[in-house]
Design a binder for this molecule. Structure first.
Ligand code: FMN
Length: 159
């Protein structure tokens, strides 16, 4: 196994669903980042965080404390640009996977809600399929969590 634990950050639950599926299927212990202090320092982990304006939430904190061996970025995008994500999150030497999570407008609050209201205005002026899909999700909510998306992650973990 490439990792000894699965550590994650989730605000509205989609990343938590993926983390729980992975833990269930690999037998690896599951831990929220806030509880990461309970893990031995520098233990190799697979870190899952949700995407917020292109950044993997919690990744910096995870890397400060744990040996992040692989990263799953969870977002609503239908065609995430992995190279851009890798660059923006300083992941040049760490395996990165994108998992399409979902969007739950009822659970998004505070500054996040304001940011998404601005995003909705921008998206509503666009007509390409990727923007239309994102706009639909932002307005109505969506859940794309699926086992199939985890297969490359499971292959990497076992490899
Ligand atoms: C403020 C904000 C910014 C977001 N930025 C992105 C983004 O840059 N790319 C993306 O694919 N999804 C983005 N999303 C969507 C979330 O990453 C998505 O809803 C994710 O599944 C949330 O995970 P969680 O349920 O584990 O919190 C954003 C959501 C919010 C609220």
């Amino acid at each position: 196994m490439k990792a000894s634990a699965i550590v994650y950050t989730s605000t509205t639950g989609f990343t938590a669903q993926y983390a729980a599926l992975l833990s269930h299927q690999t037998g690896l212990p599951l831990c929220r980042l806030e509880e990461g202090d309970k893990l031995p320092r520098n233990i190799p982990v697979l870190y899952l965080g949700w995407l917020r304006a292109g950044r993997v939430v919690g990744l910096k904190k995870a890397r400060n404390r744990l040996a992040v061996a692989g990263v799953c970025a969870v977002g609503l995008d239908s065609a995430a640009d992995l190279d851009k994500l890798r660059q923006g999150n300083h992941l040049e030497h760490i395996p990165l996977f994108f998992l399409r999570g979902g969007y739950d407008p009822a659970r998004v609050r505070g500054v996040d809600k304001l940011m998404m209201a601005a995003m909705e205005r921008i998206l509503s002026g666009k007509s390409d399929p990727r923007s239309r899909a994102a706009l639909e999700a932002v307005r109505r909510g969506a859940n794309w969590v699926s086992q199939a998306q985890l297969e490359p992650v499971l292959d990497w973990l076992a490899g």
